[in-house]
Design a protein around this ligand. Structure first.
Ligand code: SF4
Ligand code: SF4
Length: 302
């Protein structure tokens, strides 16, 4: 199962049908346990994980998101700047998924979005002259997949509903658009700092760590949020995921939607200058990144 969701601009060659589909277009496909190719699609995988994929797997396995990453994900770089990404980890001795069993997917109710979509692919497309991102769909026809021969037709919209992808798309869309914007390299994007990558990693993939971060004293002293918002972020995974996209837009693109506490910029500038003064006094080299409000976020607390 090759994940076509990582694509940004054009459908690939190979098994992908070069036809863009809309929600009302019909496809012929059915997958079921009695089919001869059952599980074949999980024997050679290349699946990019989204924030919600990792969160759902971690909740299902009852482990923290950081442990889920360590056990079930493999890091890769999403672009030439080294933007961190994760793929679903395969078995040590084969490209098969770690979760596949004789009975089918061992994490079926919480399987990643790409597994839900298959044999459809989806991607976001920047059309020239358009400010937004369009969702388009296409059929992936791998030779081993016999589901395309099954006598059932349904619309793309019906298939999405059947496979439960809507909630995934809803919660992942903003994150996907952040990556598209980052890749298309608008003027405010530039080359991200190491710190911005750390924050991207935390807010995208390690949601439990991100929760500790936003509930920390440092964060509260930096950002001016209502007490009610903090309660939501503490208790509600979905709210935390939505907030993480908002936070990333602030960190990466300078979209200031999370208000800063009064005087925080001045205080942090003073702290930086004080650290710099101390380093110079100690004869140490300048190692700190220059002040940049795009990346001006507090450090995580120990
Ligand atoms: S029909 Fe396709 S998706 Fe279903 S088990 Fe077979 S290879 Fe996998
Ligand atoms: S998570 Fe489930 S559906 Fe996805 S590749 Fe693994 S076994 Fe297959």
């Amino acid at each position: 199962m090759k994940d076509p969701k990582t694509l940004v601009q054009a459908p690939p060659r190979g098994p992908v049908e070069p036809v863009q589909l809309g929600l009302d277009d019909r496809i012929q496909f059915r997958c079921h346990k009695g089919i001869d190719c059952f599980n074949q699609c999980c024997m050679d995988i290349d699946i990019t994980l989204t924030p919600l994929d990792i969160l759902r797997l971690a909740r299902r396995l009852d482990i923290p998101t950081s442990e889920c990453l360590a056990l079930h994900a493999a890091a890769f770089e999403m672009d030439q700047h080294g933007m961190p990404g994760y793929k679903l980890r395969t078995r040590e001795d084969s490209p098969a998924c770690m979760f596949v069993t004789d009975e089918g997917c061992g994490v079926y109710e919480d399987r990643p979005a790409a597994c839900r979509y298959y044999a459809l692919g989806s991607m976001g497309l920047h059309r020239e002259g358009s400010a937004g991102v369009d969702d388009i769909y296409f059929l992936v026809k791998e030779p081993h997949c016999l589901g395309h021969r099954e006598p059932r037709t349904l619309t793309v919209g019906e298939y999405r509903r059947e496979q439960g992808v809507e909630v995934y798309d809803d919660l992942n869309r903003e994150w996907r658009d952040i990556i598209l914007k980052k890749r298309s390299g608008g003027p405010a994007v530039g080359s991200p700092t190491e710190r911005s990558f750390q924050l991207f990693h935390l807010a995208s993939y390690d949601l439990d760590g991100f929760r500790r971060f936003v509930l920390s004293t440092n964060f509260r002293e930096t950002f001016d949020l209502e007490a009610e918002t903090y309660t939501q972020l503490e208790e509600d995974d979905e709210a935390l995921l939505r907030f993480s996209a908002r936070f990333l837009k602030q960190v990466l693109f300078g979209e200031q939607t999370i208000p800063l506490q009064e005087g925080v910029r001045e205080r942090r500038m003073e702290q930086r200058m004080e650290r710099r003064r101390r380093r110079l006094e100690a004869g140490k080299e300048e190692t700190e990144q220059p002040f940049d409000p795009r990346y001006d976020a507090p450090q995580e607390e120990d």
